[in-house]
Design a protein around this ligand. Structure first.
Ligand code: 6R9
Length: 637
């Protein structure tokens, strides 16, 4: 497969960027012409950021699964589409060619249909990293059902919240999942969630770990039994449903500054074009390359750069079930050598955690196949960048620092591997089609270089979110209302003397813990559910491995007199309500919280205290009771 839209020189980048700004419709029409359309579009772009209304390729009909599967069969049906490395390195790996994957997706699409799933229905997928997860996602796309994948680290309550918000009547899960030396009882978590969700009609359960599960008559069916039924029907084909360009493809929940996660909605055509385009350009994918993105498919990175982007580009994508440190901290390197991986895409938190094991785990590993390294999810510190570049890439592989968000569908700011320059800890330059600008608090554009401000984007790109599920007003409020006519990212950013962008982190109340987005309000709500808690305030602080840790200040009236036990109780509560990923790293019991006279908690002060930066607390005179600050400082942990 060749990619007519692949940018292979700095001059071509400048040219493409210019064209994408001067005549975006012509630029994206040309890019889109290399995809398979059941019907071409009537209009390339229609938009305003006020409503907001954004529509790309309106009038077109297509199916992303046809682009990810069917279109590759005539030319490279026997090429591996998906390589699966199991949790346990002693187990058998699996390789599915494009033909195999196409067959299995059609088969499971028929399973979905047999179970009553129709176009437009919402299907929640809660599985470990197994090939069947990819198959389930693609089968939903094929029949036009809207998938909503929920990461395996979320609790029953979080799943229930998402099922209710999406009104999802179907669930796909498995008995359990392996992750390192842990076995996660997925089906049992689903069962707990479904107590609150009687509207769920069917649960399709894959066998993976063979732990005991309770299968409820009339509701729960085994994946394998359902496949057998399709086999006895003679494995009929399942033609890809004709989807409108702007039909929803999936919902993915993500945290914002308010308590409730938002269901970000991406649509069929624009998302497909954007993920494929960015995959091919950022990583400079070459037709025989093996691409290994270490994210979980439960996050946007997995959606866009394990599944849709690579498969639509006809690439070979590697799915890894386990964790980087099991059985030992050399696991990623073993995988790279075993499959001769060419592109490795991971998160700064994983790099920092592996750095902590020293160079030992790298010894004896060749890593000679590597050509491109990528990072995503949070700002990468220079030390981690250099370690990655020197010890993993042996100073031969460009590192792409890719900045983007669940809402953006794919990468917006990044160097293009080996094509545009890299700069440690800088995402560098915007991709064609992306028009970033920095604004001050009043929304005034900050022009020129060597400046910093809040990062906004002023023109839509094909992969931008269209709405938040069931609540368009929320989408407007969150992303398009802070600064009129701009998409606000929630990130702070600086632009250096060469116009390179460096993302400095969130400027709203969103934490980034090990690359996972967590809202402070969400954690506070969970902590406040504990019976002994009167009030709490949560802030982030610098953490060596996780990037940010969670620091909770808690007013507590519990009376069992054992502070450590109380801390564990609170941690357990958060784990139950949100999931283990949101557990506070530090809990400090306080008598009061610093509040303004109008009752607002002054987080700025708490953030400084959590960092131990007592000298720069700023003006505390507007506080209702300035004394609480002294007390909190003394109790700092
Ligand atoms: C893809 C993804 C989005 C937030 C984003 C920003 C942070 C992501 C980054 C980065 C600095 C990078 N972020 N990539 N910060 N450099 N290369 O991670 O999506 O989970 O929605 O998180 O992550 O703060 O706003 P998501």
């Amino acid at each position: 497969m060749s990619y007519p839209f692949q940018i292979t020189s700095r001059e071509a980048y400048d040219e493409a960027y210019k064209k994408s700004v001067q005549d975006p419709e012509a630029y994206w029409a040309e890019v889109a012409s290399s995809f398979v359309w059941q019907k071409k579009w009537d209009k390339v772009l229609d938009w305003n950021f006020m409503d907001p209304k954004i529509s790309w390729f309106e009038g077109a009909k297509l199916n992303i699964s046809e682009n990810c599967l069917d279109r590759h069969l005539p030319t490279h049906g026997d090429k591996p589409a998906l390589i699966w490395e199991p949790n346990d390195p002693e187990d058998h790996h699996r390789i599915l060619t494009y033909r195999d994957l196409h067959f299995k997706v059609e088969q499971f699409s028929n399973v979905l249909k047999n179970n009553g799933v129709k176009k437009g229905d919402r299907v929640c997928i809660y599985m470990g990293m197994v090939p069947e997860l990819a198959i389930a996602v693609l089968a939903c796309a094929r029949i036009g059902a809207i998938h909503s994948v929920v990461f395996g680290g979320f609790s029953a309550q979080s799943i229930a919240d998402r099922l209710i918000d999406a009104q999802a009547e179907f669930v796909i899960s498995s008995d359990g999942a392996y992750r390192g030396n842990k076995e996660i009882p997925l089906k049992s978590v689903i069962d707990d969630a479904l107590v609150q969700c009687r509207f769920v009609k069917k649960v399709i359960v894959l066998t993976r770990t063979r732990i005991p599960v309770s299968m409820i008559k009339g509701r729960d069916v085994w994946w394998e039994d359902e496949i057998k039924k399709v086999e006895t029907q003679g494995n009929p084909p399942c033609p890809a449903e004709a989807m409108d360009a702007e039909d929803p493809l999936f919902i993915l929940y993500t945290s914002g500054s308010t308590g409730k996660p938002k269901g970000v909605v991406h649509t069929c055509a624009g998302y497909m074009v954007w993920t494929t385009y960015t995959f091919v350009n950022v990583f400079q994918y070459q037709p025989d390359d093996i691409h290994f993105c270490t994210a979980d498919i439960g996050w946007i990175t997995g959606h866009s750069y394990i599944l849709y982007g690579p498969l639509s580009a006809g690439a070979t994508t590697l799915i890894f079930e386990g964790v980087p440190t099991w059985p030992d901290a050399g696991r990623f390197w073993d995988i790279v050598d075993k499959y001769r991986v060419n592109i490795l895409y991971t998160a700064p938190t994983a790099i920092r955690s592996l750095m902590g094991f020293g160079l030992g785990p790298l010894q004896g590993k060749h890593l000679t196949s590597l050509k491109v390294l990528g990072t995503v999810g949070e700002p990468i510190n220079e030390e981690a960048w250099h370690w990655y570049y020197e010890h993993v890439g042996k100073k031969k592989c460009p590192v792409v620092d890719t900045w983007w968000q669940t809402e953006t569908g794919g990468v917006l700011i990044s160097n293009l591997a080996g094509v545009t320059p890299a700069k440690p800890s800088y995402a560098t330059l915007p991709l064609p089609g992306i028009q970033p600008l920095l604004v001050d608090e009043n929304g005034k554009e900050i022009e020129g270089n060597n400046v910093s401000g809040n990062l906004c984007i002023k023109f839509p790109w094909p992969g931008i979110l269209r709405t938040t599920y069931g609540d368009h007003e929320r989408c407007r409020q969150n992303y398009f209302a802070t600064y009129p006519n701009l998409y606000f990212t929630g990130d702070g950013c600086l632009r250096d003397e060469n116009g390179f962008y460096r993302i400095t982190g969130r400027v709203d109340d969103v934490l980034n813990v090990s690359g996972h987005r967590i809202g402070t309000a969400e954690v506070e709500n969970a902590i406040n559910m504990h019976t002994g808690v009167v009030e709490s305030a949560v802030v982030g602080y610098t953490h060596d491995v996780k990037g940010q840790g969670i620091y909770a200040f808690v007013i507590y009236s519990g009376n069992h007199g054992d502070e450590n036990l109380s801390r564990q109780d609170i941690t357990q509560t958060v784990s139950r309500i949100i999931g283990p990923l949101a557990k506070p790293d530090k809990i400090q019991f306080v008598k009061g919280l610093p509040k303004t006279r109008s009752g607002k908690i002054m987080r700025r002060i708490l953030r400084k205290i959590a960092e131990g930066d007592f000298a720069n607390l700023g003006d505390t005179s507007t506080l209702l009771d300035p004394n609480v600050v002294e007390e909190i400082k003394e109790g700092k942990i």
